[in-house]
Write a protein that binds this ligand. Structure first.
Ligand SMILES: Cc1cc2nc3c(=O)[nH]c(=O)nc-3n(C[C@H](O)[C@H](O)[C@H](O)COP(=O)(O)O)c2cc1C
Length: 338
């Protein structure tokens, strides 16, 4: 099988897919839903992932999984990510994903959650190279057109990046088109600084494109990550939550251009938050949207004075209308307690 993958300054080609960017948003369970993606795209995000989807419920087409796969015509190009530990089920699920018209399929070797790790999926596969190889080969053999990528941590427990290097080489030999390295071990979870040097070690070990991930919160961070690791692309994680301006800032910094706008003002953030709230209501219905938005709204104002009290008020809110009022009236000054 021929793998076509090459990178230019702002384009990464993976098989038939030309990513017209080298800055992409990571899959994030409970975060990168359709409303998040539409808000982010309207501010300049060019490639996104769904939240991860487990192979077995996808095959059974459970209502929850079908909801996670929801997209609109504007939500493109879009990647899906599969998590699982059975080569057979992963292969079958991969075929379904391609049939649904997604542009790229990623295999999850990073999830640290016990529910996923205990049966042998997610980051557990870092320590099971034979099973990982079977999954890669089975998935690649079942996919006809779209690129298959792998997102992994630098290791399960071993901080040296040797596990990621070994898995990345297996991925390359199995026909995987690119890998993403999150510079933390499973044991670290999401704490501690991401080790960008581990990304460099993987980049030096393989010829397929490598995306660097971990602790990119600004254009400046992205530039430093690229300089340290030599990675081909940047995968934004938590830095995209409540900050849809980050993609354009990174694009500009990587291309040595002046960022399009300085830091977003409070009014800019209110506007984006209200757009997010409205889209959640449109996509999920008011009850679910209000529950989800309790967390989402706080992303936009987390560093403002008064954000703690705002959060308390948001958590007591029962309707989209009163949530909207709270956001509109938020002045970034400490609010009087009611
Ligand atoms: C709430 C949450 C959900 C996540 N869900 C996924 C997921 O579904 N698939 C995945 O590969 N990584 C997932 N991740 C990991 C992120 O994609 C990313 O690799 C990680 O947060 C490191 O990047 P950061 O330091 O820039 O946030 C998740 C992380 C968080 C905090």
């Amino acid at each position: 099988m021929q793998i076509v993958s090459y990178t230019s300054a702002i384009m990464i080609c993976l098989k038939s897919l030309s990513l017209k960017t080298n800055v992409i948003q990571s899959p994030m369970a409970g975060c990168t839903d359709l409303a998040f993606r539409l808000v982010s795209r309207s501010y300049g995000m060019k490639f996104a992932f769904l939240e991860m989807v487990a192979a077995e419920p996808l095959i059974r087409m459970t209502p929850k999984t079908l909801r996670m796969l929801k997209r609109t015509a504007l939500d493109s190009p879009l990647g899906a990510q599969l998590v699982g530990c059975s080569p057979e089920l992963m292969g079958e699920a991969a075929q379904i994903i391609e049939g649904m018209g997604f542009d790229l399929l990623d295999i999850n070797l990073g999830c640290p959650v016990s529910k996923v790790v205990a049966p042998g999926g997610g980051s557990a596969l870092l320590a099971e190279p034979e099973t990982a190889k079977k999954i890669f080969q089975r998935v690649v053999s079942r996919i006809k057109r779209i690129p298959v990528t792998v997102k992994m941590r630098k290791g399960f427990q071993d901080p040296s990046a040797q596990e990621a290097i070994r898995i990345a080489k297996i991925a390359e030999d199995s026909g995987i088109s690119a890998v993403t390295i999150h510079g933390r071990t499973r044991v670290q979870g999401y704490s501690g600084a991401a080790d960008w040097d581990s990304i460099r070690k993987v980049k030096e070990a393989v010829h397929i494109p490598v995306f660097g991930n971990g602790d990119v919160l600004s254009g400046e961070d992205a530039k430093r990550l690229r300089d340290v690791s030599g990675c081909d692309g940047i995968m934004v994680g938590r830095g995209g939550l409540g900050n849809p301006w980050i993609y354009q800032s990174i694009d500009a910094r990587l291309e040595n251009r002046v960022p399009p706008s300085p830091s977003p003002s409070l009014e800019d953030r209110k506007k984006a938050a209200l757009m997010h709230l409205k889209l959640e209501c449109d996509m999920e219905g008011e009850r679910v949207a209000v529950l989800k938005s309790r967390r989402i709204m706080c992303w936009y104002f987390k560093n403002d004075p008064g954000s703690h009290e705002l959060r308390n008020r948001i958590n007591r809110t029962q309707s989209a209308h009163s949530l909207e009022q709270l956001i509109r009236e938020f002045t970034s000054a400490p609010l009087a307690t009611i």
